[in-house]
Design a binder for this molecule. Sequence first.
Ligand code: ASP
Length: 449
Amino acid sequence: MKVAKFGGTSLANGSQIRKVVDIILSDPERRLIVVSAPGKRFKDDIKVTDLLIACAEKFIIDGKADEEVGSVVARYREIADDLGMSSDIVEKIEEDLKDRLKSYNGERRLFLDLMKAAGEDNTAKLVAEYIKTLGREARYINPKDAGLLLSSEYGNAHVLPQSFKNLRKLRDESGILIFPGFFGYTVDGNVATFPRGGSDITGSILAAAVKADIYENFTDVDSVFAANPNIVSNPRPISELTYREMRELSYAGFSVLHEETLEPVFRAGIPVCIKNTNNPSSPGTKITVSRTTGSDKVVGIACDKGFCAIYVSKYLMNREIGFGRRLFQILEEEGLSYEHSPSSIDSISVIVRESDLDKVGESKLVDRIIKGLAVDEVSVSRDLALVHIVGEGMRNTIGIAKTATAALADANINIELINQGASEISIIFGVKGADADRAVVALYNAFFK
Ligand code: ASP
């Protein structure tokens, strides 16, 4: 059994949905299908999920959102017309949206998730109906009935462990099962969504639960590339990656898969294949436990911006038992998650996202560190970009760091920090935000040209 997930651009209009259905029907193993909500049809278009958020927000303020509901319904009407489906399905979708609005009881977070989920939910119903019109057995699966249980962290939910056992039963169902991505239910029966882009996570959970032979993730690019094509022109496609490499790359700006996608399939050892709905015969990129590397020690260069380094120093820090714990306890008490923390004998840098630090307040945090730990210095260096060189086996290869630092030096880029050692498969360079793109190009040229 294969689990196939199709992203928003693959469902953006009728002709895209036809391609999706052709792909599904071309392989009888593709039986459990996860769909996103319709995405952008063209560059400046608005995703259905964003239309739904606008709808919910308008309703919260005004108690009505007729125009906004109209925009969502119009997207589905266009799709249904394109596919030659009857207007019944569109009427049902309109009714469903109105019912969701009516259920608003002042609980903003719950309501937003309920509305956001309407995109995937109605798309799954529509696709199942469409396949039936072609004379094939297909069925919409309601995540509640199937037992996809999530934590009640609305908008940022996590799967609960019992879901895997519940969902396993889908393996025994006949026909093509169309499962809406992005949301599940809390144990109290409320709709809860994953973070944005979270239909990828649904697919991964289902693949792990039914022990699929493969999790196919259909998107709008032929493969994962060795660097962001918006920064490096014509970067090299990657044919095979390990989970760990993909995790590092998607953490640092490779947006092909949602960052949290791989955990369920990684734990279950299920391979993933990223493929293009618009070019399904292209082999795509395969993600597995291990790969035959050959001479490719480095697979990709990733970069993410908007970090800052909280630099803390204290003479004889290394001798002070519990210093690290007390520092991280302050972060924990302030609800601040840290990304990583390179350290030396008398100093430690804690890397956090700028947006997270701003929620806490820089001066408040600095004050707590000074008072609580009697340190000699605390300073915050902002606007950092983290550039990752990623590749299995890199650690055992002589000269990778030399090649990287020489490339950055030749491009006249100052390295603000280096983090290697903790991870076997990446070296991270902190550079100023303004130098980030140039750093990616310099490193790409050094390793791939
Ligand atoms: N439709 C949701 C979003 O736009 C989830 C997804 O597409 O994966 O974020």
